[in-house]
Design a protein around this ligand. Structure first.
Ligand code: SF4
Ligand code: SF4
Ligand code: SF4
Ligand code: FES
Length: 948
């Protein structure tokens, strides 16, 4: 293995269709119109020296190193800023050019410290490279002259340093921050020789607007901006391409290594989801993989109040299998089940559901998508016939109007958020439907045309009102609907939405949004050339989550915004492989590829390959498993890579269910909250330690590659395999690629997927089969998967969770950029500097009424329970609404959420909880003394007590 060097073409690729032919150094070259001379030369293999140009950002033309001669043109123009023209004749190497370039380099080097041998970038410095490329042998001006200002080393960011003494003021960092990330945190302060990069006025990087995405570090050609890990470890010596294990964007990275140690993660320019960009989590927050709290040996205990006992893998697996067999013998076949992980690979998830269906002999399998996007699966399959988003991420580049509903991409899907911001800066319009004023409502160079700050729980009413405007104002695309959808169902639906009770005026008071704003938003969305809908958990995690997804699908069909680039219905999926976990058959009623277990033909296909009879009855969902446990009939659970105690609603009920079981097996990296109730702990492996695939939010299947040996000795798929053998269920695979081959044999939408194809193509989007051998970037182009698009009537039904005198405020929850989900990984990285605790956002008006001050401890109480956290007074939330994150187990925000859930899928209603907030003196009783290091059993008593 060697270090992979990506080619830097100097300027971005032109997307023009017209081609231009020119001559460079005597060779003829044809490139798209708008290509720079620098890029055209590089594409034919000639590297023109450069410093201020890099292909991730537009050319700037400041360093004057890339000069060329053009026949018939005076002077020596910069090749990075000069576009090719037909018939142009360019010379890149003449004596004059060599002399000029040497002179430029002399000036740079005379102002640069001469500590190359001890510099962290030694061997990876473009300034060094260019000195070599132009043949610089001496510097006529010496090195003792006046150097540009050096405000001093800034080490405030936990992941990278800023050493201005090495800065050549090429402004690549400033442009990367603006163009790639869209944060505008950097500027060049001062003029001429005194200019210097600055993260805002008199601020450090940490104190500035910087979101630590690292784009500037990647763009910097010198050691001015350098990863601390490179300074500590040294330059990497080999690299492996793999996929981020945090969110559903699915960024591809080069893991750059020294031996088995990660030196840095560099976003891969060929990654089709991220196009060379990343966020703070993927680029920097991988330290948890070697965190001292990782459990590396299997452990068992008789009772959850006993201390853990380390055992061999053999003993742990044999004990688990014998416990599961004992329970089934005593309580019946249906008394055990399992939960697959949306963080594990497709192959691992497939094996867990196979073990449960084939080895346990029942369908008691579920996944965390139950608590996030299960309504997406249901709603989109009802209307369009498939359970996934319709577009690829590139599609946003062609959107004219973006309707963003219940999603906060700049925090939760940051790299896609940056791509969306770029499109908005180019002129696309934005409508935000969200109770909270998310950053995209107004931020540098981005401003939403409309923000509809609806009351939590009223999504369906507002979406139906938008549809009302579309239908009653003649904005529907009748041609599209007649051609592609069921016309009779459309007419029924149109009559329903046109009813005056669904007009913006009729629902304005209910949802808290002025009627004229709803009308204007509907006109904008329906009137745009390409209208795209993006949505998140603010849509799904409601008692009407599935209805809301169907309302979104209706709106897109009615306006003809389906089946081409730039439009579509796009769920922004949370976890890295939540799409894959659903695709792989993690739900109790479906085999892989969303086929119902009662379908004889499908079931027989699986039975014949697996060699066992399979149950035709759907199994239990997570909440039903917990209910059954409390009722004493469900006794054993295998949980791979999920922390249901922290992530699922109504913590007390979850605790009571787990405490009632006789064998809970947790397979994870750390002793998580659920492990408090476990009898067996099987140490899991990180994404760095195994092979497999993840499927991101755009249905893109991407390789995860092992970059280091497993610290615990086994990848997660190997653990499941051992457990299956011990249970007497025959599964044999030598490598995850063989599991994928089986998935392809059994799943029509994956029929064309293989590791060989993924090696060749980089990634593919399902469906990938005979009809679409290279995958399907945009779905429903020639027709809906189900045939004709189906309009569904979406009657608004208010949630049973109501505010009242005792609980007058509505709590909604969400994520923050630096933390991820329950925080098991990110809390064990330096990311805690940005978010060391969950805070309760409360509007100044509500805070004043309650005598709450900023930063003060407050009690947050609901009908389910109470917790305490500190207040953050902000106008980001509307009066009557409070908001918090759920990243810290010391807060346990889900102690207060209810067990109300989506009518179709049981997805919990996290986004609407009636609460009261009042000042408090500090943490509540159960939070007292909470200590993550030694949490074992400490919190069991209060939670179970509360549940009883
Ligand atoms: S890390 Fe990202 S946000 Fe921060 S200054 Fe660099 S490019 Fe801008
Ligand atoms: S910090 Fe790096 S990228 Fe930014 S201006 Fe200085 S040398 Fe260029
Ligand atoms: S956007 Fe998501 S996938 Fe990409 S680096 Fe960040 S966390 Fe990883
Ligand atoms: S690379 Fe062209 S002017 Fe700097």
């Amino acid at each position: 293995m060697s270090l992979i060097h990506e080619i830097d073409y100097g300027t971005p690729r032109s997307k023009a269709e017209t081609m231009v032919t020119l001559t460079i150094d005597g060779e003829t070259m044809t490139v798209p119109e708008g290509t720079s001379i620098m890029r055209a030369a590089k594409e034919m293999g000639t590297a023109i020296p450069k410093l201020c140009a890099t292909d991730m950002v537009e050319a700037f033309g400041s360093c004057r190193l890339c000069l060329v001669e053009i026949e018939g043109r005076a002077g020596t123009p910069a090749s990075c800023t000069t576009p090719v023209l037909p018939g142009m004749v360019v010379k890149t190497q003449t004596d004059r050019l060599k002399r000029l370039r040497k002179g430029v380099m002399e000036l740079y080097i005379s102002d640069h410290p001469l500590d190359c041998l001890t510099c962290a970038a030694n061997g990876d410095c473009e300034l060094q490279d260019m000195a070599g490329a132009v043949g610089l042998r001496d510097v006529r001006y010496g090195h003792e002259g006046h150097n540009h200002p050096n405000p001093g080393l800034d080490e405030s960011n936990p992941y990278f340093t800023y050493d201005p003494s090495k800065c050549i003021v090429c402004s690549r960092c400033v442009r990367a921050c603006e163009e790639v990330q869209g944060t505008f945190a950097l500027t060049i302060a001062g003029r001429g020789f005194d200019s210097v990069v600055s993260p805002g006025m008199e601020e450090s990087f940490l104190g500035s607007e910087c979101v630590s995405c690292g784009a500037c570090v990647q763009a910097c050609p010198t050691a001015t901006l350098t990863e601390k890990s490179v300074i500590e470890i040294g330059q990497p010596e080999h690299s492996v391409i793999t996929t981020c294990a945090y969110c559903g964007v699915g960024c591809t990275f080069k893991a750059e290594m020294r031996g088995n140690e990660v030196v840095r993660m560099v976003p891969w320019k060929d990654g089709k989801a991220n196009r060379g960009h990343s966020c703070v989590k993927g680029r920097f927050a991988w330290g948890y993989a070697s965190h001292k709290e990782r459990i590396l040996n299997p452990m068992i205990r008789e009772s959850i109040t006993d201390p853990w006992r380390e055992v061999s893998w053999e003993e742990a697996i044999a004990h688990t299998a014998s416990e599961f067999k004992r329970i089934q013998a005593k309580y019946g076949r249906l008394s055990i089940g399992g939960i697959t992980s949306s963080r594990c690979t497709n192959e691992e998830t497939f094996l867990v559901q196979k073990l449960i269906r084939g080895g346990f002999g029942n369908n008691n399998v579920d996944t965390c998508a139950r608590v996030c996007h299960s309504p997406t699966g249901y709603g989109l399959s009802q209307t369009y016939g498939t359970s996934a988003g319709t577009q690829d991420f590139d599609s946003v580049e062609q959107s004219d109007v973006i309707l963003l509903i219940g999603a906060n991409p700049t925090d939760a899907h940051p790299v896609f958020g940056s791509r969306m911001k770029k499109r908005l800066r180019e002129g696309a319009k934005l409508i935000v439907l969200d109770p909270r004023r998310i950053d995209l409502v107004r931020m540098p160079h981005v401003e939403a045309s409309h923000h509809l700050p609806l009351r939590p729980g009223t999504n369906v009413a507002v979406l139906t009102a938008l549809a009302h405007v579309v239908v009653t104002e003649g904005l529907a695309d009748e041609h599209f609907v007649r051609e592609r959808c069921d016309w009779d169902e459309f007419q029924d639906w149109a009559a329903f939405v046109a009813d005056p009770r669904h007009s913006p005026e009729a629902i304005s008071e209910l949802c808290g949004v002025p009627a004229e704003d709803i009308r204007a938003a509907a006109r904008l969305y329906a009137g745009g050339e390409n209208g795209a809908i993006y949505y998140g958990l603010g849509v799904t995690e409601h008692s009407q989550g599935s209805t809301t997804v169907m309302a979104i699908a209706n709106l897109a069909m009615a306006t003809g915004n389906i089946g081409r680039p730039g439009v579509g219905v796009n769920p922004l999926r949370g976890q890295n492989n939540v799409q894959g976990a659903c695709d792989m058959g993690s739900f109790p009623h479906e085999f892989s590829g969303y086929r119902h277990v009662s379908g004889d033909e499908t079931r027989q296909l699986f039975e014949s390959l697996w060699g066992v009879p399979l149950d035709s009855e759907p199994g239990l969902r997570i909440p039903n498993m917990l209910d059954a446990a409390v009722d004493g009939v469900f006794k054993g659970l295998y949980v791979q890579g999920e922390d249901i105690l922290q992530s699922d609603p109504d913590t007390r009920h979850v605790a009571a269910g787990l405490a009632a079981m006789e064998c809970v097996v947790v397979q994870d990296l750390f002793l998580n909250e659920t492990a408090n109730y476990a009898h067996v702990f099987l140490p899991g492996s990180t994404f760095l330690e195994k092979d497999g695939t993840f499927t991101n939010a755009e249905r893109r299947i991407q390789r995860v590659r092992k970059v280091m040996p497993s610290k615990s000795g086994k990848a997660d798929w190997e653990i499941t395999l051992d457990l299956a053998h011990a249970m007497g269920f025959d599964m044999n695979y030598a490598h995850p690629s063989e599991i994928m081959d089986e998935i392809a044999r059994l799943t029509p939408s994956f029929a064309g997927v293989s590791y060989a194809k993924l090696e060749a193509e980089g990634s593919v989007q399902w469906p990938c089969n005979e009809k679409a051998p290279l995958g399907t970037p945009v779905m429903h182009i020639d027709g809906f998967v189900r045939g004709r698009g189906r309009f569904m009537v979406t009657e608004y039904v208010a949630t049973d969770e109501r505010t009242g005198p005792r609980f007058p405020l509505l709590l909604t929850t969400g994520r923050i950029l630096s933390q991820y989900n329950v925080g098991a990984q990110t809390r064990r990285t330096e990311n805690v500097v940005w978010h060391g605790e969950d805070r309760l956002e409360i509007h100044p008006h509500d805070a004043e009424q309650r005598g709450v001050h900023d930063g003060q401890w407050v009690k947050l109480a609901s009908r389910s329970g109470e917790t305490s956290l500190r207040a953050l007074i902000t106008e980001r939330v509307a009066p009557g609404v409070v908001y918090t994150t759920f990243h810290h187990p010391g807060t346990q925000a889900n102690v207060v959420t209810t067990d109300f859930s989506d009518w179709a899928t049981n997805c919990p209603e996290y986004k609407v909880t009636a609460v009261q907030v009042m000042p408090s003196n500090g943490p509540t009783a159960w939070q007292e003394g909470y200590d993550e290091q030694s949490r074992n059993s400490r919190r069991i008593a209060p939670l179970v007590e509360a549940a009883e």
